[in-house]
Structures are given as C-alpha cells and as structure tokens.
Design a binder for this molecule. Structure first.
Ligand code: PGA
Length: 260
C-alpha cells in the first residue's frame, strides 16, 4: 500500500502578471490563507517576479517561490537563459523542469531535461519534473511507454541519494488549459504507474515517499477529488492559480481536510 506523502500545491503562473499584480496577489494570499504546516504551497512565477516576491514573503512563511525553467549550465554565453544559482540568488527554492510547453514549443528533449535535472540537484534547488503524454500518444495506447521513457531519461545517471528533493508532476498534455481534466481514476492509474517506474529507478521506499502532483485543468471543484486518490500527493495548477480566490480556495480546502 502506498504511503501518502504530504501535499504540494504549486501554482504555475506561466507568462502572466506584472510585478505589481504579483505583489498584490501574494500580499492578499499571505493575509488570507490558513497557516500551512502540513503541506507546502508554492508559486512558479516569471523570472522578474522571483526576487520581489521572495523579499516580500521573507523566511517565515510557508509560501515557496520558484522558477518555471532553467539552463543546464552554471554561466556562459547562453543569451536568454538562466542558471540554477541565479534562481536561488533571486530567492527561488524550486524549479519546474520539462513542462510540456517547454518540451513542445521550445523543443526541449529528454537529454536536455536530464542535464538540467543533474544541474538542479548539484545546485540544491528542488526540481519538479513534469511528464505527460499528448492526445495522440494517449489515443494510440502509448501513455505508459511515454511516461516510462520520460522518467527514465530524466533520471538517467543520477544517484538516487541526490534525489531527496525531487517531485514529479504528471500532466497529461491533452488536459492542460482546456477545462478537460483527466478523471481522478485515470490520473490515479497513471500516478501509480509513475510510482512503479520510480521504484525501479530509485528504490521502493523513496518511490513511496516521492510527491507526484497532478496537473491539467485543476479547478476548485475537482482539486479535492484528485487529492483523495492514494497516489496523488499534490497539484500543479495553471489557470486556476492566477485568480487569488480560486488558488486560495484550493489551498484552504486542503488545509481544512488536513485538520479533520
Ligand atoms: P492548467 O495548466 O491548470 O491551466 O491546465 C497546468 C499546467 O500547465 O501546469
């Protein structure tokens, strides 16, 4: 029986908001949300907002700020790129790696994601590895093959001992940004499969503890249905994290559940 790891709820703002809007969101969020001790909450924000938000939040709060991408090198002639150390310097404690928008729109392949993951591990920033199949792969029955490949390639040649901070986000690409979330039962099946693959790549105990988030059209109405599944330990939320009301409600619903 899988032991449920604590929840990790992350909002992925993608390319949205100004610094002023972000500061106002976070200020209101911090004053309204229930103090979260049992699980972690974070926002993956555009680079320009990492520093001002981290400064605003300070060290005492349980709201983490993270990046949405990073490069696999520490520095150099890579116009437009950003290094793990720069994210940390600005105040980020985690980073999304291999989001499907990066894989599809910017042609990031498994080998590049593997190098980034190695770099994130070396730098000590928490990596959230995103995996997921396209609609065509799903309809062709290739979902498991794709997930297995993405996980194996991303974790290739990394010592499991270094992966204590790793979290995985399962995001079926066909469910992102269109209001057509996967059913909790399908998501649970896929999460269980990912955990089985992780237990072959890491070890059984680590795989049982690892946080696997679901992402893809999460809303205030379906969030708790996903989190009720045994292998779903968190959420990666795009659209619904842009609105203070919906993000706050998802976080506070999870808080109330943990209090019961
Ligand atoms: P969505 O995005 O919640 O808007 O579907 C999720 C994501 O891309 O991380």
């Amino acid at each position: 029986m899988t032991r449920k790891a604590p929840s990790l709820i992350i909002g992925n703002w993608k390319m949205h908001k100004t610094i002023a809007e972000a500061l106002s969101f976070v200020e209101q969020f911090l004053s309204l949300y229930e103090k979260v001790a049992e699980f972690s909450v974070g926002l993956a924000v555009p680079y320009t907002m990492i520093h001002p938000l981290a400064q605003k939040i300070g060290k005492d709060h349980h709201l983490m700020i993270g990046g949405q991408n990073m490069n696999d090198c520490t520095s150099g002639a890579f116009t437009g790129e950003i290094a793990a150390e720069m994210l940390q310097d600005a105040g980020a404690s985690f980073v999304l790696l291999g989001h499907s928008e990066r894989r599809i729109l910017y042609k990031e392949d498994d080998a590049f994601i593997n190098r980034k993951l190695k770099r994130a591990v070396q730098a000590g920033i928490k990596p959230i590895l995103c995996v997921g199949e396209t609609k065509i792969e799903s309809s062709e029955g290739k979902t498991e093959e794709v997930l297995e490949r993405q996980l194996k390639e991303a974790l290739k040649d990394i010592d499991p001992k270094e992966l204590g901070k790793l979290a995985v986000a399962y995001e079926p690409i066909w469910a992102i940004g269109n209001g057509e979330a996967a059913s909790p039962a399908i998501a649970q099946e896929r999460h269980h499969f990912c955990r089985e693959i992780l237990s072959t790549l890491l070890n059984k105990e680590m795989a049982e503890q690892i946080i696997i988030q679901y992402g893809g059209s999460v809303t205030t109405s379906n969030a708790q249905n996903f989190l009720a599944e045994p292998d779903i330990n968190g959420l990666l939320i795009g659209g619904a994290s842009l609105s203070l009301d919906s993000f706050l409600q998802i976080v506070n619903d999870e808080y109330s559940k943990n209090q019961q």
